[in-house]
Design a protein around this ligand. Structure first.
Ligand code: ZN
Length: 143
């Protein structure tokens, strides 16, 4: 399969299936070329809301792939910034409030996904969903 992004970085796949086909073809090519792939499976990340600094949420990567630096704050709809997978997130065994309440994952074929995400998915991007519907803001991230 040809890589549509080679000629048009804004190419919009028409379906999730097409997006995943492109993703798989690109991954196979990158691996054949020996390009290192980003794999943060199992790593937690912290996002901090720019509008309300005590809106803080923790995510975890379920699949290998790309996640965005900016994310809509689930508490107020503002813009939250990634803290880039800090190593000093408190241990959730001791501090359950620091367990990931959201996850980044690659959707399965047949899943209902916002078509605006097809380009992101085809490029290896992961998508966001809530793990715990009772998630609350966990307070200020001190850094
Ligand atoms: Zn917020």
């Amino acid at each position: 399969m040809l890589d549509p992004f080679a000629t048009d970085p804004w190419y919009q796949p028409e379906s999730l299936d097409e997006a995943l086909d492109i993703y798989e073809a690109r991954e196979a090519r990158f691996q054949a070329q020996g390009e290192p792939r980003l794999d943060l499976r199992g790593r937690r990340n912290v996002y901090v809301c720019e509008d309300v600094p005590y809106h803080v949420f923790v995510t975890i990567d379920r699949d290998a792939g790309v996640t965005p630096f900016l994310k809509t704050c689930p508490f107020c709809g503002g813009t939250a910034q990634s803290r880039c997978y800090p190593r000093n997130i408190p241990d959730p065994e001791l501090h359950p409030e620091w367990a990931a309440r959201y996850e980044w994952y690659r959707p399965e074929r047949g899943e209902a996904v916002d078509p605006q995400l097809f380009n992101h998915i085809a490029k290896g991007g992961l998508i966001f969903r809530e793990i715990d519907p009772d998630a609350v803001s966990i307070g200020k991230w001190l850094q």
